[in-house]
Ligand binder design. Sequence first.
Ligand SMILES: Cc1ncc(COP(=O)(O)O)c(C=O)c1O
Length: 382
Amino acid sequence: MMNSGSLFEVYQRFDFSVVHGDGAFVRDSQGTEYLDFYGGHAVISIGHNHPHWVQRLQAQMSSLSFYSNAVDLPIQEEFGEHLRTLSSKPNHRLFLCNSGAEANENAIKLASFHTKRQGILAFSGGFHGRTSLALAATDNSTIKAPINHSTPVKHLPLNDLEQLESYFKTDGDTLACAIIEGIQGVGGVYEPTDEYLTLLRSLTQEYGVVLIADSVQCGYTRSGEFFAHDKSSVIADIYTMAKGMGNGFPVAGLLISEDIKPVKGQLGTTFGGNPLACAAGLAVLEVLEKENVSENVKQRGHQLRDGLTKVSFVKNLRGRGLMIGFDTPEGTPTIRERLLKEYQVLTGSSSPTILRLLPPLTVTEEQCDQFLEACYDLDQRL
Ligand SMILES: Cc1ncc(COP(=O)(O)O)c(C=O)c1O
């Protein structure tokens, strides 16, 4: 049913309704199947309605669907243990919340509590969410309301080593945190170099600044590493996570270094860490481990990138694992629109000419071939 006017409409929507999901496919209300290389903004990690995820959620729902953090919820402890083991961050602790913006909001606030400072360092092209502090750190003035302009934030150009070093020399001791994506999503699939991340880590350590690794989109194995930042061998003070964490069930969280001590009452949430969210999160981790998903991400990533090098409309191919971006020619309809209408393939975008591929991490070789065949065919017809 199309919007009859009852919704406060802020979205540019595709003109079809999705009513069913299964693995790497969704179906619309007319019964047409779409190959989903978008996952509703990188959310679908283990595939739509993965049977283990469905079973875990159903079992949890029939025992306890909700209680708040006023009581001990053993499933949270189980989630935290599993997460820090699989992410190889054995000394970080988990705080659970509900969305990516909320995770970054809490991370920045925690950094300010910890350092007793106010400054935020963020980077050109960065996106961190739409709540106050997360939005202040985001490099997009068009989505900031007048009230969002009062937070002291500095945006530096990504990968400029000299500017980074000189900024820390003059302002390093005013900063509470530096926040950086391991691979920028909304910004167009650009990433900090290993050298840049290593320098950022050493400067933040030297000046007592909390390093926040925004892993909301690039984390949770999407790059092939558990966190995209892991490739540079830096260990951040806080990792923020959301999107793929619950495979569509709203779950988000922070993994926080043991150097930052928890203080009762400083952070809090009603819904965060509820039993259903933990069950969804555990189901994802169990599948990531049991199905050796990180290996699949690396192999399918190579397959897609190799295949895409043969497509002439693909320019400046970039990204890692199953977070792939490229530039496409301008035109109406766009390449993204043509893939959708003519080949029933859903993709993401960072702008009308930048395509972002975010398939489920469990996508198969055959499904990647199906995507590539669509690109080859479209290429011939351009
Ligand atoms: C890197 C990054 N951080 C934060 C967010 C905000 O997440 P949410 O929409 O769940 O608030 C996003 C969303 O796209 C994101 O890509």
